[in-house]
Design a protein around this ligand. Structure first.
Ligand SMILES: [Zn+2]
Length: 260
């Protein structure tokens, strides 16, 4: 499948080559894999990277809830206009950047003692109806009750709409908006947050022909390769361009994974 992608480095990802380690009196030849580490499109690396992130987030959530404070999750979307994916990604990215660099955002962080965040991009690919959006995890540095965290999210949503409008994206938040507290151990939540990074073998590419709903990027790629449905190619190429050099997983500055 990686042969199908047009980006440099991905079609050769995972290739093996030999290197040598020279010590005092010996030369040790080791075989290493050259991995591209692309989290947007590489069917080899997405799973490897997402697995590491799933494990790290699960233990962080558990530790944070036990020892530090509280956690809330929020989805941020924009009205899904019929446009090419590259413009949707640009709008999301510009809105996020304007919001997080604003004084209002800094003030909100201080007021609610929200000390770090993790933002994960998800894409549901479906031609011009493709729907990229953000899943954000907010980490509050003190125990914070649900009502207060929900208030934080409402104020974030207001800022989000404000900065979207400022950047020319009109309309309210899209309907697939949701938020809620994350309790206890983080295993289920971490799996949820990073669900898009894996090749899903229970997904049947032929089923794509009977449904018009969107697909996760790797499901889309697999359907394209296995069914040879060239109608899916345009969306895939759009997706490659739209996500090029974008961070799929974005951490706030000085993000800490663990204190233990
Ligand atoms: Zn790779």
């Amino acid at each position: 499948m990686r042969q199908f992608t047009t980006l440099r480095g991905i079609s050769s990802c995972g290739s093996k080559f030999a290197v040598v380690r020279v010590k005092a009196n010996s030369r040790e030849v080791v075989e290493i894999h050259d991995l591209c580490r692309n989290k947007n499109v590489c069917p080899v690396c997405m799973g490897i990277q997402y697995r590491k992130l799933t494990i790290a987030l699960a233990s962080l959530v558990e530790e944070w809830n036990e020892d530090i404070g509280s956690i809330y999750t929020q989805t941020l979307t924009l009205p899904n206009r019929t446009r090419r994916l590259i413009y949707k990604h640009e709008d999301l990215s510009a809105t996020w950047s304007a919001m997080t660099k604003s004084k209002a955002f800094a003030a909100l962080k201080r007021e609610f003692n929200m000390s770090q965040y993790l933002r994960v991009t998800e894409d549901v690919l479906n031609g011009l109806k493709s729907f990229p959006h953000f899943h954000v995890t907010w980490f509050f540095h003190t125990k914070t009750d649900d009502n207060r965290m929900s208030e934080f999210c409402n104020r974030i949503a207001t800022l989000w709409v404000h900065f979207a409008a400022k950047g020319g994206v009109r309309g309210a938040l899209a309907s697939k908006q949701w938020y809620g507290p994350i309790f206890g151990t983080g295993k289920g939540y971490a799996q949820y947050v990073f669900k898009h990074g894996f090749l899903d073998l229970s997904f049947d590419p032929k089923s794509r022909l009977q449904t018009s709903s969107g697909l996760k990027p790797l499901d889309h790629l697999r359907t394209l390769v296995e069914t040879g449905d060239m109608g899916l190619l345009e969306t895939w190429l759009d997706y490659e361009i739209a996500t090029f050099r974008r961070h799929r997983v974005q951490l706030s500055s000085k993000f800490t994974w663990t204190n233990r």
